[in-house]
Design a protein around this ligand. Structure first.
Ligand SMILES: Cc1ncc(COP(=O)(O)O)c(C=O)c1O
Length: 433
């Protein structure tokens, strides 16, 4: 049985991974750009991270379920040191737990129930946010601004009453946030700073700052979901690099290079609600496995690797990513295709449309989904693992080499040529998201 978002075609049984490579049960090797939905920033089975895990297991450390631990404290200090708006931090196991807690915290602090989410954003699988990811445009209607879109669940079982509390607006659309805030008492707006579950859609100049201003104007809690952008964009995450101060931010994925841990941190006045002296106002944060020593040790080792030698890992990643970006652009130009390469740090997406999308309507209305999916299928056959769902993020790790990228770019040209030949022979069917 596979988790549903992993049930893709081709269905491959992977048995082993090392650095930038994956091997399947038939012994085929792939250069991996999926990185298990992006945590493996250092590559799979990074020796330093695994060594820290091994040492922790051998040290006699265990899950105590009582009080706090020295390791947990050390990790919290490291995070607070690198992220200026994080005064304190709590650990959970997954990004979904962290976003769920962040929203509950915002509701407790503001005494309001409504929230704003972003069309095309993904913040986990719980009831408040399991909606409006790759929504067919027929379900949304044309772009409206200012205005809001219907709640379109990505799961059955979300109670009707719950849906009424969630308001959906497009990314890069401040007017709609203002509009919704005038109509409903909004507790929080949650957004990825860069939409990285529909490729890489970047905030326009002033957008995140505008959200900060609207949060101050309307009194809602600004939650930045850095589960994908955090640590991949630098140890401070995207917000720190962009100079934006959310009230709360959540982290996961690359924080521990593939081990299961998430963090929720932010302004002290808000975080203190988790330990509020008044039980009526205290926000419950529980979880048997929170701050398990294995993922905590993995996170410490990951951050040590990321900060060593003045951030040498990031410099290497940036150099590789620049090289890959220009290689992709050159290849696409050779084919004379209308295409855009969107990149944020070591996260990429190739869009088959003539510009980088600014929001979901733009992407869904212009991207050539059929070509994207066909190309991914061809690449996988050629040993290059781009997740076989159109627009899914391509991630470079510090384990990739210039040689891997050259091999990938050569395969990219061959596979694209093959797709275009097939299309000339037999047009690909129209395929909407
Ligand atoms: C931006 C973002 N937020 C939250 C989540 C949920 O994290 P998890 O899968 O660890 O629950 C994801 C997962 O892909 C994500 O990409």
């Amino acid at each position: 049985m596979v988790s549903v978002n992993r049930a893709v075609e081709p269905s491959i049984v992977f048995v082993r991974a090392c650095g930038q490579y994956l091997w399947d049960a038939d012994g085929n090797r792939y250069i991996d750009y999926h990185a298990a939905f992006s945590p493996h920033l250092l590559g799979h089975n990074d020796p330093c991270v695994n060594e820290a895990v091994r040492r922790t297991l051998e040290s006699g450390a265990s899950l105590y379920g009582s009080g706090t631990t020295e390791l947990e404290g050390r990790l919290a200090e490291m995070i607070c040191e690198h992220i200026p708006f994080v005064d304190s931090v709590q650990f959970l196991n997954t990004g979904s737990e962290a976003t769920s807690q962040a929203i509950r915290l915002a509701r407790a602090v503001t005494g309001r129930d409504h929230i704003i989410v972003i069309q095309g954003g993904y913040n986990g699988w719980h009831d408040d946010v399991a909606c409006n990811l790759m929504t067919p445009l027929e379900r949304l209607g044309p772009r409206v601004s200012p205005g809001e879109y219907p709640f379109v669940p990505i799961s059955a079982g979300i109670p009707e009453e719950r849906r009424k509390l969630v308001h959906v607006v497009n990314f890069n659309d401040l007017a709609s946030v203002d509009y919704v805030c005038e109509k409903y008492p909004i507790a929080a707006l949650i957004t990825e700073p860069v939409l990285q579950n529909v490729g890489v859609i970047r905030p326009q100049a002033g957008y995140l700052e505008g959200l900060r201003e609207l949060a101050d104007k309307h009194g809602f809690v600004l939650i930045l979901d850095e589960v994908k952008t955090g640590f991949r964009n630098g140890v401070g995450g995207y917000a720190t690099a962009a100079g934006v101060r959310p009230d709360i931010a959540v982290y996961g994925k690359a924080i521990a290079n593939g081990y299961p841990i998430a963090a929720l941190g932010g302004r002290r006045e808000l975080m203190d609600y988790f330990v509020h002296p008044d039980p009526e106002r205290r926000v419950l944060l529980a979880g048997t496995y929170n701050a398990h020593p294995v993922p905590v040790a993995a996170a410490i080792a990951t951050i040590e690797r990321l900060t060593a030698d003045g951030g040498a890992v990031y410099r290497r990643l940036e150099a590789l990513s620049e090289q890959f970006e220009s290689g992709l652009r050159e290849a696409l130009e050779e084919f004379g295709l209308r295409a855009a390469v969107a990149r944020q740090a070591s996260a990429f997406c190739v869009y088959f449309m003539d510009h980088e999308p600014v929001d979901w309507h733009d992407l869904a209305g212009h991207h050539d989904y059929a070509l994207d999916e066909e190309l991914r299928r061809e690449l996988i056959q050629a040993g290059i693992y781009w997740f076989p769902v159109a627009t899914k993020q391509i991630s470079i790790s510090a384990a990739h080499t210039a040689g891997d990228l050259a091999e990938t770019l050569a395969a990219f040209r061959t596979c694209l040529e093959r797709c275009l030949e097939k299309r000339r022979a037999e047009p690909l069917p129209e395929k909407a998201p």
